[in-house]
Design a protein around this ligand. Sequence first.
Ligand code: BES
Ligand code: ZN
Length: 456
Amino acid sequence: MQAVLDYLKRNQTRFVAELCELLRFPSVSAQPQHKKDLRACAEWLVSHCRAIGLEAKLCPTAGHPIVLAKTPRDKKSRKPHFMVYGHYDVQPPEPLDLWQSPPFAPRIVGKSIYARGSTDNKGQFFSHLKAVEAYHKTGTPLLCNLTFVLEGEEEVGSESLSAFLKTHRRDLACKAVVISDTGMPGLKYPALTYALRGIIAFEITLHGPARDLHSGVFGGAVENPAMALARLLAQVRDVNGRVTIPGFYQEVAPLSRFERQQAARYPLKDAQLKKLLGPPELFGERGFTPTEQRSARPTFEINGLTSGYQGDGSKTIVPSWARAKITCRLVPEQKPEHVRKTVLAYLKKICPPTVRLEISAGHGAEAYHVSPTSPLAQASIRALRQAFGAEPILMREGGSIPIVNQFKKILGADSLLLGLGLPDDNAHSPNEKFHLACFAKGQRMSALLWQELARV
Ligand code: BES
Ligand code: ZN
């Protein structure tokens, strides 16, 4: 084992350079013009996996390709099998003018590496690849068989991977799935995440006049779709931060005492959170703490709002349409399809007859919950503790990784969520970064993990 840890230490500079290469691919899954970049990124990963001793191949899908890479094994091997899941696709980098350096020109500033995808998720899953490299290159036997599944559609709902799991369910059957695609509260607070929120996504468009109109000539006699949309959206939440859609909270599982205690121990305090995020005041559902609000309560969020003229100067029009991109975060027991129906029925009901409501449905996923006391979870806690030299905390996270539900349903495997991202990593924001210490300690954690998990 010492040889593995020494190898990791000795090779950090090269690892960082390799991660920079990976970060140069603009693998933005949401934007069709990047299709080729996703493919190129996947090909780079396949050849990198081969170079570090894995048997790797590129698996085409209806969408972006999946990279499948295995540690070499005998047919008869009786070592426990684990999957490592990650995603090489990234969020759109816009708005570009807010980046201090271009999003796909990775740059090291201080102790962090800045680029889109650095923390979410390339840097995080790359830590696991480097740990395996260390085993192979030092000739240290790995006590587990590992299969890496790296997909290119996580940020858009993981559609192709669901189908892939079904066709490869035998091959991918495993004791658990290890995922580093979440966060930790600070370098001194490694974390095991035991719950994620679910999600539903959709877009609504209100159509008014057949074309943009002169607002002086016609304004006042037709509904303004942007005004109508503002009114509509304003009606879904009250001043106490509660969603007012009838039935929205119907299935929500109440928070247990244990969970509220656990949330209260979360080390990032409200004042720090406010400072980090920069709003004039924090705001959330009354009766819950910010930690609870952002991890254990459902929400209704506008992700994008578009209507009318967006260019320089003014243009006096009544816009023909207005659109909102919306997601709701879900918590355990909420069924995505039920929430979707409830929400859309309400929007239809309150939509005035002066505009036409068009709805387009997007992806959806249930929330996820896994026991933090299982032997495998406890083994991962030991690996985190040793690697970070600090006591790991148990936490819920507000983000979603839709595919974890399919890992459970199709493969019967729980996910061990061992996140390496920091709260100030700017995931999904301009100037995304990944801390080099998270990278290095993540590699150590991964190396130690296979020992700990093999013993369970
Ligand atoms: N890495 C995140 C998920 C995450 C981040 C979980 C932080 C917990 C803490 C992942 O890449 C992500 O952003 N997922 C999307 C899923 C959606 C597009 C279906 C999300 O949560 O918005
Ligand atoms: Zn993400």
